[in-house]
Design a protein around this ligand. Structure first.
Ligand code: SAH
Ligand code: SF4
Ligand code: F3S
Length: 480
C-alpha cells in the first residue's frame, strides 16, 4: 500500500509502515450502547479500512472507546506483510486475553490481511478470537457479531471482485481534521514474488470516480485541506462505466484523469497519492502533477532492488534502466519533485554485487525518504514456492544497515537543499515536542516545524523560510 506515510512516528524497517498502532479515539458522549475498540496495523489502506468498519458499526448504534478494557467488541485490524507484523498481533492478542477473562461477553475479532491469510485457522490457533473477518467482508460484521452473541464463533473471509465500499462514508479516526485518506481502489493484480498482498486483498478493482470526488468534496467542506488517494498500484486505476448505468457523459477514467478531477475540487485542497508502480506510472500523470499546483510534487516509487536480475526474480516487471528512465521523466517534468522508495535487502540469492546495485541506485536517485526492510519469506507467495530464502539473517540485516545508513545521508542532504528556501506549508497541528510550534508538510512532503504565529491557525497555508534542519525535519519561521 500504498503509500505516502507521514514521517511522524515512522520507524525504518518497522513491520508496520505506520510504525505504531493507532487507537480509536473514544466517544465520551454516548455511553449507553455497546462499545467498539479498534486497533490498526500495517499500511494506510488498513487504517482507511478501520474507518469503514467504524462507520458500519456506528450505523448499528455502536459507540467507540479508546480503552479496550471497557469495550464490548475489540477488533484488531492486522497486517501480514512481514513475519514480525504478525508476531506483534499475536502478542497483542495475549494482552486482550486478560481483559476478556475479566469481562465475560467481550468479543475479540481479527480483521484485515492476517485474518484473510489464516482464515479459520486463526480460531484453532488463538482460542480467544471469536470472529475472523477478511478485508472484503466488513459489511457482514453486524451479522457476524450477532452470530457470536448467539454462541457461535464466526468467520467471513470471502474476497470480492466488486466490493469497494464506495457508498460508505468513513468515520475519521484519530484525525487532525486537516488530512485524510481516500481509498480509490482495492486489491492488487501484480504478483510480486515476495508479496502476500494479492492473496490477502484479492483482485484489483477501482472505485467509482464520482464517489471519490464526492468524498473529497465532503472532506473539503468539513475543513480538511489534504487528501491522499490510496491504492496498492494507483497508476493502474481504471474505472469503466457499467453498461447499465451508461449515459452519454460517462467515459472511462484513468488515474491521471481522476487526479485532475480531485484537484479541481478546490485549489485549496492538496492532493497526494500512493503507491505508484514504476512499471505503470505514466507521463500523463506527471504532466497533471506539473499542471495543478495543488497536486503535491511528491512520488513514492518503490524500487525494491537496484539489480535487474533480482527485480526479475521479484517479478517486478521492470529493470534497473526502466526505473532510471522513470526517475529521469520525473526530474524533467517536475523538477522539484520529492521522491521516496521502498527497499528490500537480502532477497533470495542476492549476491554482494547485486546488493551494491541497490546502494548505487540510491546514490543515483538520492531519495528524500525510504522505507527499508530485510526480506521476510511469506508462506504461499511465489518466492516461497520457487526460491530458497538463502541469505542468512545476519547478512540481510547488515545489508539493511548499509541501506539505512545511506538513506540517512540522502535524507539529510535533501533537507539541507531545502534550507534557505521558502515553502508553502499546510499547518497540520502543533509540533510533537511543543505547543509553541506548528508542524506541517511542504509540497514535497518534508515535515516542517516553525514557531506559532497567532495570525494563522491549523488548516491555513503559510509561507515558511527553512532556516535549518535535522535528518528528519526542516526548521523555519513564517514569513508574512
Ligand atoms: N503496493 C506497494 C507495496 C505494498 S507493501 C508497491 O508495489 O510498492 C509495502 C512494502 O513492503 C513493499 O514495497 C516492500 O518493500 C515491502 N515488502 C513487501 N513484502 C515483503 C516481504 N515479504 N519482505 C520484506 N519486505 C516486504
Ligand atoms: Fe505487493 Fe507488488 Fe501488489 Fe505492491 S504491486 S501490493 S508489492 S504484489
Ligand atoms: Fe497493507 Fe499489510 Fe495488508 S501492508 S495490504 S495491511 S498485508
Amino acid at each position: 500500500m500504498a503509500m505516502i506515510e507521514t514521517p511522524i512516528g515512522l520507524k525504518e524497517h518497522d513491520e508496520s509502515r505506520q510504525g505504531e498502532a493507532v487507537m480509536l479515539k473514544g466517544n465520551q458522549e454516548e455511553q449507553h450502547n455497546r462499545k467498539l475498540y479498534i486497533e490498526s496495523y500495517g499500511c494506510q489502506m488498513n487504517f482507511a479500512d478501520s474507518e469503514i468498519v467504524a462507520s458500519i458499526l456506528l450505523d448499528k448504534g455502536f459507540t467507540t472507546t479508546a480503552d479496550y478494557k471497557e469495550a464490548d467488541v475489540v477488533f484488531i485490524n492486522t497486517c501480514s506483510i512481514r513475519e514480525n507484523a504478525e508476531q506483534r498481533v499475536r502478542n497483542r492478542l495475549k494482552e486482550f486475553e486478560a481483559a476478556k477473562n475479566k469481562k465475560p461477553g467481550m468479543i475479540v475479532g481479527v480483521l484485515g490481511c492476517m485474518a484473510e491469510r489464516l482464515k479459520s485457522k486463526f480460531l484453532e490457533e488463538e482460542k480467544l478470537v471469536d470472529v475472523v473477518v477478511g478485508p472484503d467482508a466488513y459489511r457482514d460484521l453486524p451479522n457476524l457479531i450477532e452470530k457470536v452473541d448467539d454462541g457461535t464463533r464466526a468467520v467471513n473471509v470471502l474476497l470480492s471482485r466488486e466490493e469497494t465500499y464506495a457508498d460508505i462514508s468513513p468515520v475519521r479516526l484519530n484525525t487532525n481534521g486537516i488530512t485524510a485518506f481516500i481509498s480509490i481502489m482495492r486489491g492488487c493484480d501484480n504478483m510480486c514474488s515476495f508479496c502476500v498482498v494479492p492473496f490477502t486483498r484479492g483482485r484489483e478493482r477501482s472505485r467509482d470516480p464520482h464517489s471519490i470526488v464526492r468524498e473529497a468534496q465532503e472532506l473539503f467542506a468539513a475543513g480538511y485541506r489534504e487528501v491522499t488517494l490510496l491504492g496498492q498500484n494507483v497508476d493502474s486505476y481504471k474505472w469503466t462505466p457499467q453498461a447499465t448505468e451508461g449515459t452519454a457523459d460517462q467515459k472511462p477514467v484513468n488515474f491521471a484523469q481522476l487526479l485532475v478531477k480531485v484537484a479541481q475540487v478546490s485549489p485549496l485542497l492538496r492532493v497526494r497519492f500512493s503507491t505508484s508502480h514504476p512499471k505503470d506510472i505514466t507521463d500523463e500523470v506527471l504532466y497533471s502533477m506539473a499542471k495543478y499546483d495543488n497536486i503535491c510534487n511528491y512520488i513514492h516509487l518503490p524500487v525494491q532492488s537496484g539489480n535487474s536480475r533480482i527485480l526479475e526474480l521479484m517479478n517486478r516487471t521492470y529493470d534497473r534502466s526502466w526505473y532510471i528512465d522513470r526517475i529521469q521523466a520525473i526530474r524533467t517534468i517536475i523538477p522539484d519533485c520529492g521522491i521516496s522508495t521502498d527497499v528490500i535487502t537480502g532477497f533470495c540469492s542476492e549476491t554482494e554485487e547485486e546488493h551494491q546495485d541497490t546502494l548505487s541506485i540510491m546514490d543515483y536517485v538520492q531519495y528524500d525518504y525510504a522505507y527499508m526492510f530485510a526480506y521476510s519469506e511469506r508462506p504461499g507467495t511465489l518466492a516461497a514456492k520457487r526460491y530458497a530464502d538463502d541469505i542468512p539473517e545476519d547478512i540481510k540485516k547488515r545489508r539493511l544497515t548499509e541501506v539505512v545508513n545511506k538513506q540517512r545521508e540522502h535524507s539529510l542532504k535533501r533537507l539541507q537543499e531545502q534550507v534557505g528556501k521558502v515553502h508553502n506549508v499546510l499547518i497540520e497541528g502543533f509540533s510533537k515536542r511543543s505547543d509553541k510550534d506548528y508542524c506541517g508538510r511542504n509540497d514535497r512532503n518534508a515535515m516542517v516545524v516553525f514557531p506559532v504565529n497567532t495570525k494563522y491557525k491549523i488548516g491555513d497555508y503559510v509561507q515558511v523560510l527553512g532556516e535549518s534542519c535535522t535528518s528528519a525535519t526542516l526548521i523555519g519561521k513564517i514569513i508574512d
